[in-house]
Design a protein around this ligand. Structure first.
Ligand SMILES: [Zn+2]
Length: 253
């Protein structure tokens, strides 16, 4: 009998999947190529976080879900395995996001590395609490048919996507403290998202955004981006008048 924990088995499956995705040269590999080339954007990070969240959700179901056949573990032990998987998913997403920020920093001549978002652990403990409050939780069962939705794709995606916005906030905070102007923007996806998202969408100087600006709800299609410089959001042109005087025109894009 293998001594590996459920988490180790999930991680091993995840790493195998990563390798096969790299070889397949699909979306996953393309997103990494973009990040390594310094060309990835925060919408790319959102897409990446969704892809890995879907994989982690699948693995959580396979090893810890109702049909996993897991037995002989206390619900606390099982909760630890689920937490570790969710943390790893968050870490992967915030690591990719920090690579996005590296590229953005370089593109505006900022010679500092991006930093990763910091996990707010209460996000995970709240989810575990909900699992434990499931109606038919007994000693060695954590996830039931009634609570399995808590490891479904949308819920795991939500945790994974929070790593992207946490990374934006962490970098914007550092840059603002260093005296740089930081700009953040929230845009709804094609066809709009919802009334609430419409109310917080827009472009702001970091620190002046509406309360809950960074909040991403389930099935949210909004994109949040960050730029430690105004240049990229402006079209700057120069005109010369009849006397040869040059003037600079700034148009917000
Ligand atoms: Zn939205």
């Amino acid at each position: 009998m293998s001594e590996r924990t459920l988490y180790q088995m999930m991680l091993s499956d995840f790493m195998k999947w990563q390798n096969s995705e790299r070889d397949a040269n699909g979306k996953y590999a393309k997103l990494w190529a973009k990040a390594n080339g310094g060309k990835a954007t925060y919408p790319d990070a959102q897409e990446y976080s969704r892809i890995i969240a879907d994989k982690w959700s699948e693995l959580l179901k396979k090893y810890c879900g109702v049909d996993s056949g897991v037995s002989g573990m206390s619900s606390d032990e099982l909760a630890t395995q689920v937490s570790k998987a969710l943390e790893q998913c968050y870490k992967g997403s915030s690591y990719y996001s920090s690579k996005v920020q590296d590229g953005i920093n370089k593109s505006v001549g900022l010679n500092i590395n991006g930093v990763e978002g910091k996990l707010d652990r209460t996000r995970i403990t709240r989810l575990i609490e909900k699992l434990k409050n499931g109606e038919s939780v007994t000693e060695d069962i954590l996830i039931t048919a009634e609570t399995e939705w808590l490891i479904d794709k949308p819920v795991v995606e939500n945790i994974s996507m929070s790593a992207v916005t946490d990374t934006i906030q962490e970098n914007a905070r550092l840059h603002t403290e260093a005296g740089l102007y930081s700009y953040i923007e929230r845009k709804q996806g094609a066809g709009g998202c919802c009334d609430w998202c419409a109310s917080v969408a827009g472009r702001y100087i970091y620190g002046e955004q509406p309360y809950d600006f960074f909040k991403i709800h389930k099935h949210c299609n909004c994109q949040i981006t960050y730029m430690p410089s105004r240049q990229r959001w402006q079209n700057i042109t120069f005109t010369t008048d009849s006397k040869g005087k040059i003037s600079k025109n700034i148009e917000d894009l």
